[in-house]
Design a protein around this ligand. Structure first.
Ligand code: SF4
Length: 138
């Protein structure tokens, strides 16, 4: 196994993409990054570019407006890559189900490797879901 691949498995970098939900899940993702929950102790780091990301963390319902951007971001991520659906919205459309602009759920468009249920899920659940996603990347 190459050194770069080994490091990516041990220390995945995350890209958070919010499709425009109520922001509840986004706030919980941010809480997971704070020193109180400290997601970095698992080697996870949030990056601002898909070209450096291993796990795409999606919050909010998939809408017509965000779908092309979401697909483009996914395409720009290097292999192996993983998608994590955080909250009910990306998994089932949640509270936005049957809204005119909603074209989800997320797994209709991208291969989702981990689901974190909740509306919103707690930071502990988000960390648990991302660790499960990491196991699949391995
Ligand atoms: S799952 Fe709930 S908290 Fe999260 S974005 Fe959707 S409505 Fe908001």
């Amino acid at each position: 196994m190459g050194l770069v691949q080994f490091c990516r498995k041990k220390s995945p970098w995350l890209l958070h993409f919010d499709t425009g939900g109520c922001n509840g899940c986004s706030i919980e993702v941010v809480a997971a990054l704070t020193p109180r929950h400290d997601i970095e102790r698992f080697g996870m780091l949030v990056k601002g570019t898909p070209r450096h990301a291993d796990i795409l963390v999606v919050t909010g319902p998939v809408t017509k407006q965000c779908l092309p951007r979401l697909l483009r971001i996914y395409e720009q991520m290097p292999e192996p890559k993983m998608v994590a659906a955080v909250g009910s919205c990306p998994a089932t459309n949640g509270a936005f189900d049957r809204c005119y602009g909603v074209v989800g759920p997320l797994d209709k468009h991208l291969p989702v490797g981990a689901y974190v249920p909740g509306c919103p899920p707690k930071p502990e659940a988000i960390i648990h879901g991302l660790i499960a996603a990491l196991a699949k990347v391995k």
